[in-house]
Design a binder for this molecule. Structure first.
Ligand code: ARG
Length: 253
């Protein structure tokens, strides 16, 4: 009798523990969890202890329309898609380029911005254009898993052996400054900020590829995707997105 009771109590305890464990790992209702990699000014970066930037403000505006609370997770760029696939995060938003291979794993929203791949070199490098970089036996730094990485690795002129991968864009730029790599291929707007912050570096006048940035969502979350696209349409139409982009990337004149 006593033993049976103990069993029931301990079974209850175990179950209670299991319930609270799932409760902890489950996302809260009404929360929109966004995975990003916040070393990518002006799209997402740390400032005064907060993560700010174009993507953050657009995500805030979308969450508001969805009546949800935005929660940002700063993770490695090449873990964002896997985390969205496993539903650890609801969305991935990180100046992320729409690519056919990524579309095999996740869905993408409509595009909210465009980007271009830029090449950063040292001011005195003697590398004056893209062809010189591709043809020479130079080491090229990239952020792991980004389009810069993919383009360079797949370029028949370049290839794996010449590509040096870093988990953060900053680290690639640091390696360029210290001479460990000869160039960095990265999106144009972050490239401008890195060059400004570092000194002795310059961006080549030729650009590698134009890209569309969008939000990635789990393939099963089609309702969420539709809501995000609707919010994006409204935010484009009322000028909110243009204003957010203009705030971080002021057009000249
Ligand atoms: N646009 C590039 C890509 O999608 C680079 C994005 C990197 N973003 C970041 N937050 N670090 O691969």
């Amino acid at each position: 009798m006593k033993k049976a009771l103990m069993k029931i109590i301990s079974a209850g305890l175990v179950m209670g523990m299991m319930v609270s464990a799932t409760a902890c790992s489950k996302k809260k209702a009404g929360q929109l969890v966004m995975a990003t990699n916040a070393y990518f000014e002006p799209y997402e970066y740390h400032q005064d202890g907060k993560i700010v930037g174009i993507d953050v403000e657009i995500a805030e505006a979308i969450a508001k329309k969805l009546d949800m609370e935005l929660k940002i997770e700063d993770v490695e760029f090449d873990s964002i898609i896997a985390g969205v696939q496993s539903k650890k995060y609801d969305i991935g938003m990180a100046g992320m380029t729409v690519r056919p291979d990524r579309l095999e794993s996740v869905n993408f929203s409509d595009s909210y911005a465009t980007g271009i791949q830029a090449v950063i070199v040292k001011e005195d490098s003697g590398i004056t254009d893209l062809d010189a970089l591709l043809e020479g036996d130079y080491k090229i730094g990239v952020q792991q898993g980004t389009t810069g990485d993919i383009y360079m690795t797949e370029d028949p002129m370049v290839g794996d052996a010449r590509v040096v991968r870093f988990t953060k864009g900053n680290d690639a730029v640091l390696a360029l400054s210290s001479g460990k790599v000869d160039a960095v291929v990265i999106d144009n707007e972050p490239a401008k900020h890195f060059v400004e912050a570092t000194g002795g570096l310059t961006i080549l006048p030729t650009f590698y590829a134009e890209e569309e940035y969008a939000i990635c969502v789990n393939k099963e979350d089609t309702e969420l995707l539709e809501k995000i696209n609707k919010a994006l349409r409204e935010l484009k139409e009322d000028g909110t997105i243009a204003a957010i982009i203009e705030k971080y990337i002021p057009s000249e004149g």
